[in-house]
Design a protein around this ligand. Structure first.
Ligand code: SIN
Ligand code: FE
Length: 293
């Protein structure tokens, strides 16, 4: 394993799944590093490459996505001739991502819960969106409508650009540093807010104190332009064919450039990590001195 930097990446030189030092990889991942795999064992054939065109994505949708238990691909016109082959490609990636994670981190095993798989066809640089949805600003992932009560978000990304273009990310400081910096200025959750959001159907379940803090962190990071420019960070270009894996609720990240990516999300309870003390839940509970779930 080659140590790329303190805050970015641990590079895997060998083929995915045959890494000799699983414990070191796991510890790097759980400490918030991005694991970079320069060549993923996943190839697109010519017919699949021909599907890589934003024209196939339904208007107004950021991603094409496949729910883990759902038979239907979301974000593509069901009558389009591209629908079935796109479905095959995304489902194939979902199976491969599961195999990679199972062989890299067998200790997570049955505890990992598959979440949606996504195919992103739009060019990053020309997407116009609100500051809150602007993923070119450093952030940690948190879902406004899906409170996760401390559950981890593990993501497996792959650049499938057929024109040689890298996907360029910035990776920021550790979760603990982010939390220490922003916690004192986060808004408080007002009494009754969580129940009201749930009753109104805005959140799928009760928004815990943890979820409130994570969303507020996400927003506070993105809203702070000076922080975006001056915080400790590194830039990395993931070449076509490369993959990268991180806990995106922990790793401060931003996407600056690129087009065509596959991504698989998994959920994992903090108790099923090798070291649960590294989870955002544990870090935030230590810093605030109170239970957050
Ligand atoms: C994100 O999760 O913030 C976006 C990552 C990407 O599109 O590369
Ligand atoms: Fe993100």
């Amino acid at each position: 394993m080659k140590q790329e930097s303190q805050i970015i990446a641990t590079w895997i030189d060998t083929d995915i799944g045959t890494h000799p030092d699983n414990a070191a990889l796991l510890s790097a991942l759980e400490s918030g590093k991005v694991l970079h795999i320069p060549a993923m064992p996943f190839e697109l054939d010519d017919q699949e490459r021909a599907l890589l065109d934003p024209i196939h994505a339904s208007k107004g949708r950021k991603n094409i996505s496949l729910p883990p238990d759902g038979p239907t691909l979301i974000g593509v016109d069901p009558d389009s001739p591209a629908h079935a082959p796109l479905h095959c490609l995304v489902a194939r990636y979902a199976r491969s991502a599961r195999d990679w994670i199972d062989s890299l981190f067998p200790q997570y095993g049955a505890h990992l819960i598959a979440a949606p798989t996504s195919l992103r066809l739009h060019r990053v640089e020309t997407r116009h969106t609100s500051w809150r949805k602007d993923d070119s600003r450093l952030h940690v992932d948190a879902f406004p409508s899906r409170p996760n009560h401390g559950e981890r978000i593990l993501r497996v990304f792959m650049n499938i650009n057929p024109h040689g273009e890298p996907r360029v990310w910035r990776v920021g400081e550790t979760f603990e540093s982010v939390a220490q910096r922003f916690l004192p200025r986060l808004p408080r959750q007002w009494p009754g807010q969580a129940s009201l959001l749930h009753a109104l159907g805005i959140t799928k379940r009760y928004r815990s104190r943890y979820d409130h803090i994570m969303l507020s962190l996400h927003d506070a990071m993105k809203a702070d332009i000076a922080y975006q420019q001056s915080c400790p960070q590194e830039s990395i270009g993931f070449a076509p064919g490369a993959g990268w894996i991180c806990f995106s609720d922990q790793t401060s990240h931003a996407v600056m450039a690129g087009q065509f990516m596959l991504e698989q999300t998994f959920f994992l309870q903090p108790r099923d990590m090798a070291d649960p003390r590294q989870s955002p839940l544990a870090v935030l509970e230590t810093l605030t001195g109170r239970p957050l779930i």
